[in-house]
Design a protein around this ligand. Structure first.
Ligand SMILES: CC(C)(COP(=O)(O)OP(=O)(O)OC[C@H]1O[C@@H](n2cnc3c(N)ncnc32)[C@H](O)[C@@H]1OP(=O)(O)O)[C@@H](O)C(=O)NCCC(=O)NCCS
Length: 185
């Protein structure tokens, strides 16, 4: 578990490194993933490198590599963005880029580790996210983590010839049950 930052039962989260760049680039340019993240244009290698290097330049944003403990394989990224010190809020982001690993509980476990860190170590009060209504898998993951459906930005995203709703979900520190995070301390 080299450079492990947050450790769970089956996976750990570590800082992203330049050696992760090609994998991240491949995931972000996958057509299906691109749509779920709301991107319409491909990412070039230099754009993705800039994004990666920007993850630790200040304390308002960070992404971590999701790595399987079995085999030390990097399968995705998760993090908090737009961290607001006064409001003590942040936006959550999650990507399991290796599609062969979908449906095995990794997205949920990685999410729980990040949320737990946000509340217990960063002292956040509220963590929120945006998810497109058609992304039922992600919706399910967020419900399992404990996010509450907060509202809908109606027909706010145009893709595939039609307008889609964007769902806003959130979780407050008072609602977080840290014993469910599967954090290994
Ligand atoms: C969304 C994502 C993070 C989920 O990761 P994952 O590792 O597959 O998630 P998990 O295995 O922890 O949980 C998936 C859940 O969705 C359920 N699910 C799968 N397909 C589903 C569908 N079509 N409708 C409803 N639920 C579905 C699974 O059954 C499972 O729930 P369960 O444990 O109750 O059975 C991953 O698919 C991904 O990265 N997608 C592309 C990027 C993305 O959408 N990111 C989120 C943007 S808001």
């Amino acid at each position: 578990m080299e450079k492990a930052f947050l450790v769970g039962e089956r996976l750990y989260l570590r800082p992203l490194d330049e050696c992760d760049l090609d994998r991240c680039l491949c995931w972000i340019n996958d057509g299906e993933i691109l749509t779920t993240l709301g991107r319409r244009t491909p990412m070039s290698r230099s754009m993705e490198r800039e994004w990666l290097l920007g993850q630790y330049k200040d304390d308002t944003t960070f992404s971590l590599a999701i790595v399987l403990r079995d085999g030390d394989r990097h399968i995705g990224n998760a993090g908090l963005h737009g961290i607001q010190r006064v409001d003590r809020s942040a936006e959550f982001g999650l990507l399991v880029g290796d599609k062969t690993e979908w449906g095995k509980g990794y997205g949920t476990q990685a999410g729980r580790l990040v949320i737990d860190h946000g509340f217990r170590q960063l002292g956040l009060h509220r963590i929120w996210l945006r998810v497109f209504a058609f992304n039922e898998r992600a919706h399910r993951v967020y419900e399992k983590i404990g996010f509450t459906h907060e509202g809908v930005l109606r027909e706010s995203y145009y893709a595939g010839g039609t307008f889609h709703d964007t769902v806003v979900m959130s979780i407050l520190a008072s609602e977080w049950k840290s014993d469910e995070a599967s954090v290994v301390e």
